[in-house]
Design a protein around this ligand. Structure first.
Ligand SMILES: *[C@@H]1O[C@H](CO)[C@@H](O)[C@H](O)[C@H]1NC(C)=O
Ligand SMILES: *[C@@H]1O[C@H](CO)[C@@H](O)[C@H](O)[C@H]1NC(C)=O
Ligand SMILES: *[C@@H]1O[C@H](CO)[C@@H](O)[C@H](O)[C@H]1NC(C)=O
Ligand SMILES: *[C@@H]1O[C@H](CO)[C@@H](O)[C@H](O)[C@H]1NC(C)=O
Ligand SMILES: *[C@@H]1O[C@H](CO)[C@@H](O)[C@H](O)[C@H]1NC(C)=O
Length: 484
């Protein structure tokens, strides 16, 4: 018998795949939450009233178009439903990516205290820790993180390395912790924050309604929640029901800033020298964005950015492979988070002026792409035309195309570029994209042969281990056409 959690994960994947592929590409685009403030208010009011009346309250949350690229939303909505075997109509109503109209919103049931006791055991090797957000004194809301034994408030003399791991769209930080811990163990500090959202509040509420233990590590009374655009650096939509944001804006990228600040505090970690920010899938997309827009490393600390199987990349200009998508029919293809156009999250707007192609190329970025990370093997995630414009339906090809495009722009003249998917289609002149040579190009890319969209296998592969453990630069040269 599979444990219930696995069943629900399976169900989630299936529902996510179905929901996503049923949507026209335009409907799966990125939109930003105008309802964010309203959601926070509703949740706070819900907390207020629940506290006052000790009765549960139903609040309406326009979760639909406030969240972005389809599958993430539907995934979590589906997840809430799958955990309570309630009718699929509630899936539909919450998973309102399918609804073009924000006012035809789903229903979020919430209460001030949805955690009580009974959180699941954290993954082996970890403790569940509540992270207060440095630099956001207005809120006492916290982010749940899984941390190994070396992450202690007082710090650690021994640790010289740290890893910050980022989960994908299933928001299963517990699994990501296990995948990371499997490779790095207790050699340093390993922390994995979990970004939860309104649909997870509902998951907790559903369990509570049924007298079941909390199936996830979200405690809605204290934790910050984001819409699915956490993966692109957007701000949280609410604090905890009893620990509101109090006007603080909290970008998912500020959680990374805050953890790095914590780990690079020499009075806590006097020997800390290297911090690796590593993500898989949607988590890798966030790492990619962080490699462009995150601040420079604190003094005395080296940061490496590891992106495994990112669904999309931030493309610094409008160059795309010719073929997969008619760009004229995909007007948002170069808009955030696919490119610099359009409306961007607060964090990105503030960071844009420090961005430069030169800076981004000088960073220690390791991109890994599983050769079997194809649409056929896993059709979940972002399948918008903006995503496909980056190299077609297969994530591995999009990853390869992004690598080729970076190299062509920087004019690195690598001779192995011709072996990567879409190379011929990218070299076709398109839109007057400039060449911009840079003094230092430290980005690396490696194909991980035979691996699909599986974080654990990516991290445990030869190049995954190198990316996580090797302290000197990683080099990789493709010597044959990429397998497909
Ligand atoms: C919560 O309740 C307090 C006291 O009744 C009230 O002053 C406050 O405005 C309420 N907050 C919200 C968000 O409803
Ligand atoms: C199913 O969901 C509805 C609406 O959220 C709720 O009223 C009902 O109690 C739920 N049933 C079960 C068995 O959880
Ligand atoms: C991280 O920073 C917070 C806030 O300053 C602090 O309370 C906490 O102890 C720190 N944790 C670690 C492991 O340094
Ligand atoms: C570093 O940690 C110490 C000890 O916990 C604390 O007093 C100090 O404020 C921290 N420094 C920064 C820059 O956060
Ligand atoms: C490359 O472009 C041609 C048309 O110019 C198209 O037929 C082909 O499918 C494209 N290949 C890829 C891998 O996108």
């Amino acid at each position: 018998m599979l444990p219930a959690r696995l069943w629900s994960t399976l169900l989630v994947s299936v529902v996510a795949a179905l929901t996503t592929s049923a949507l026209p590409a335009e409907k799966r685009g990125v939109l930003y939450p105008e309802e964010a403030v309203a959601i926070e208010l509703l949740i706070r009011q819900a907390g207020n009233q629940t506290a006052a009346t000790s009765s549960r309250l139903t609040t309406t949350v326009a979760s639909s178009s406030s969240t972005n690229s389809g599958s993430g939303t539907s995934t979590r909505s589906a997840s809430s439903t799958s955990t309570n075997s309630n009718s699929s109509t509630s899936t539909k109503s919450t998973s309102s990516t399918s609804s073009p109209n924000p006012s035809s919103s789903g229903v979020l049931r919430t209460s001030a205290q949805a955690s009580g006791g009974g959180l699941p055991a954290p993954p082996s090797g970890s403790r569940l820790t509540q992270h207060t957000i440095n630099g956001k004194p207005g809120t006492t809301a916290t982010v749940p993180i899984f941390a190994n034994k070396n992450y202690i408030g007082s710090g650690s003399n021994g640790a010289s390395s740290a890893w910050i791991g980022l989960h994908g769209r299933l928001k299963n930080g517990n699994q990501l912790f296990s995948d990371l811990y499997n490779v790095v163990g207790d050699q340093g500090v390993a922390v994995v924050p979990n970004f939860y959202g309104p649909s997870d509040v509902q998951t907790v509420q559903n369990a509570q309604n049924q007298g079941k233990p909390n199936p996830i590590w979200l405690q809605p009374d204290r934790n910050v929640i984001w819409n699915d655009d956490w993966r692109y650096g957007a701000d949280a939509v609410a604090g905890g029901t009893s620990r509101p944001l109090n006007g603080e804006s909290v970008s998912s990228l500020e959680i990374l800033d805050s953890l790095i600040k914590n780990l690079s505090n020499k009075s806590r970690y006097p020997n800390m020298a290297r911090i690796t920010v590593v993500g898989h899938s949607a988590g890798a997309a966030l790492v990619d964005i962080y490699s462009h827009f995150g601040p420079n490393a604190p003094s005395g600390i080296k940061i490496r950015y590891v992106e495994a199987n990112t669904p999309t990349s931030y493309m610094v200009d409008s160059r795309r492979p010719v073929g997969p998508i008619d760009l004229a029919k995909c007007p948002n293809y170069n808009n955030w988070p696919y490119g610099p156009g359009g409306a961007k999250p607060r964090y990105i707007n503030n960071a844009m002026s420090s961005w430069s192609f030169q800076r981004t190329c000088s960073r220690d970025v390791v991109r890994l792409s599983g050769t079997k990370d194809t649409y056929q093997a896993d059709s979940g995630g972002d399948q918008s035309c903006m995503s496909w414009a980056q190299g077609g339906p297969d994530r591995t090809n999009r990853g390869q195309a992004a690598w080729v495009i970076d190299n062509l722009r920087a004019n690195t003249k690598r001779t192995d570029l011709r072996y990567y998917a879409s190379y011929q289609n990218i070299t076709t002149y398109q839109g007057g994209v400039p060449v911009q040579e840079v003094p230092t190009f430290r980005k690396t890319f490696a194909l991980v042969y035979g691996v699909a969209h599986v974080a654990g296998q990516m991290f445990a592969s030869d190049y995954g281990r190198q990316a996580l453990l090797k302290t000197t630069p990683i080099s990789y040269t493709q010597t044959e056409p990429a397998p497909y």
